[in-house]
Design a protein around this ligand. Sequence first.
Ligand SMILES: NC(=O)c1ccc[n+]([C@@H]2O[C@H](COP(=O)([O-])OP(=O)(O)OC[C@H]3O[C@@H](n4cnc5c(N)ncnc54)[C@H](OP(=O)(O)O)[C@@H]3O)[C@@H](O)[C@H]2O)c1
Length: 383
Amino acid sequence: MRKLLILGASGSIGSQTLDVIITYNLYELVAVTVGNRFNAVDEIIAKFPTVKFVTLKDPKVAKEYQIKYPNVTFYSGNDGLLEIIENSGADVVVNALTGFAGLLPSIKTLEKNKILCLANKESLVVGGEFINKLLKDGHGKLYPIDSEHVAIAKCLYGKNIDDVEKILITASGGPFFDLDSSKFSEIKVEDALKHPNWSMGKKITIDSSTMMNKAFEITEAYYLFGVPKEKIFPLVDRKSHVHSLVKFKNGEVRLQVGPSDMRIPIYYALTFGKCDNGEKFDDVEINTYDKYSFKEMDYEKFPLINYGKFIIDKKGNMGAIINAANEECVYAFLNFNINYVDIKNIIDKIVNVYPYIKDPSLEEIIKTDLEVRNLVNEMIKNK
Ligand SMILES: NC(=O)c1ccc[n+]([C@@H]2O[C@H](COP(=O)([O-])OP(=O)(O)OC[C@H]3O[C@@H](n4cnc5c(N)ncnc54)[C@H](OP(=O)(O)O)[C@@H]3O)[C@@H](O)[C@H]2O)c1
């Protein structure tokens, strides 16, 4: 049985991955990482006695856990996220971390020629060029977990990427699609955390409401499928029944329809492209097809979506600039330090002032991330 490491096992994708491997008896789970929700470790070790390596965020807590579980090796901090990839003996790594923290673990996984099941889309947004080079030059492999990208991969089955006319990435539109933008300044944290169709971690839920999540998914599709940005578009399906569509040059359109359940794309990634896990979903009635009602994306109401193609155009450290500004703004909003509309205003300002580097080293990407975070926090303090 293949050995698995889950980065971010206490989160939404991480815990659903645990559920999938136990349900379908896939993998020997040998290692997990959790952040601040360290209590999750006790539950995981009790359920999966095969776990022999754990990384925790806080070194002090890791020391306490090392005493509690002497037969398990504990690491801590950002270095611990890399040490566990190096030492746990896992062949396959699920990266379900949030944000920039996922980049170096993705790179390390591919440098070690392992298989990366990637939920952390920020890895491709900030480091798509580095990751694709590693995939080209090495023996590592990448399978996406994002539901839209799994849907696109399913639509592409048996097709040639050159046959694609366009890729339509569906978006639910989030909680504010029908809200007048004049009311955006009144949006509260609890309103933005109410996603209409999916239950997810807080950061991606806010990103879904601003459409930054869809912007990142456009960048993600560009790096995953190697199609020019002119062929990638968002399309709104308010019910999230259709997970994405591909139109081919011969006029054929393929779309993938199914329940809004992340365990389906997680299963697909963990089995390297198996579509059917043997379970029966609720029937999709054929006569409901004419009830699918797609809507165009509202670029004026949700201008952050334009950053997806902007990042593809600019490359360099632009993904790192936008991602770091977005992460800091989202957490500041969640902590009630800024208003909803400030998220966009601050990101726009940062993009205008922070130095763009066309061909950065990995060190410069890391420096960009750090400096942009400091700049955003200074702006917020002086507001
Ligand atoms: N949730 C979804 O349905 C969904 C769908 C598609 C794609 N994604 C993508 O999947 C990724 C994870 O999303 P999620 O919703 O699962 O997020 P989440 O529920 O917030 O979980 C994130 C996980 O990463 C850990 N983590 C975060 N920052 C860390 C750091 N600096 N160091 C160590 N560990 C850290 C967290 O630990 P603690 O919680 O213990 O602190 C948690 O285990 C994101 O990139 C998201 O865009 C999610």
